[in-house]
Design a protein around this ligand. Structure first.
Ligand code: 5GP
Ligand code: ZN
Length: 112
């Protein structure tokens, strides 16, 4: 999608601090971290949010979760939270599917 911030970040058109990249996904540190470790994992193809996941594009989501598990091991994250906000009321501000990976501080449940 030409006007999408995270499409541009995935394409390298807007700089970001890369954690990991492969042919399907891109991981980078959040510009406004909410925990000592806070990165985002996104598909390289445009999907608006979890609500647009369907049989045709769900493979990349399984792949992203494999990548999250791998990165968490590599970064020695013993405990972490994976979050995806869907819609404005839930806190979504960028409408390209992304999974937040947060670690390194105590977290409450339920979230605020
Ligand atoms: P959301 O609010 O949609 O769940 O998450 C979007 C996240 O993207 C936010 O945590 C925000 O800090 C992050 N973000 C927004 N713009 C940029 C940017 O240009 N670069 C990086 N690295 N993160 C961004
Ligand atoms: Zn996009």
């Amino acid at each position: 999608m030409s006007d999408c911030l995270f499409c541009k970040i995935a394409a390298g058109e807007i700089p970001s601090s890369k954690v990991y990249e492969d042919e399907l996904c891109y991981a980078f540190y959040d510009i406004a971290p909410q925990a000592p470790t806070h990165f985002l994992v996104i598909p390289k193809t445009h999907i608006g949010s979890v609500s647009e996941i369907a049989p045709e594009n769900s493979g990349v989501v399984a792949h992203i979760f494999e990548v999250i598990a791998k990165l968490a091991k590599e970064l020695n994250l013993e405990s972490y939270r994976v979050v995806s906000n869907i819609g404005e009321q839930a806190g979504q501000s960028v409408f390209h599917l992304h999974f937040h990976v947060l670690s390194g501080r105590d977290m409450t449940w339920p979230p605020g």
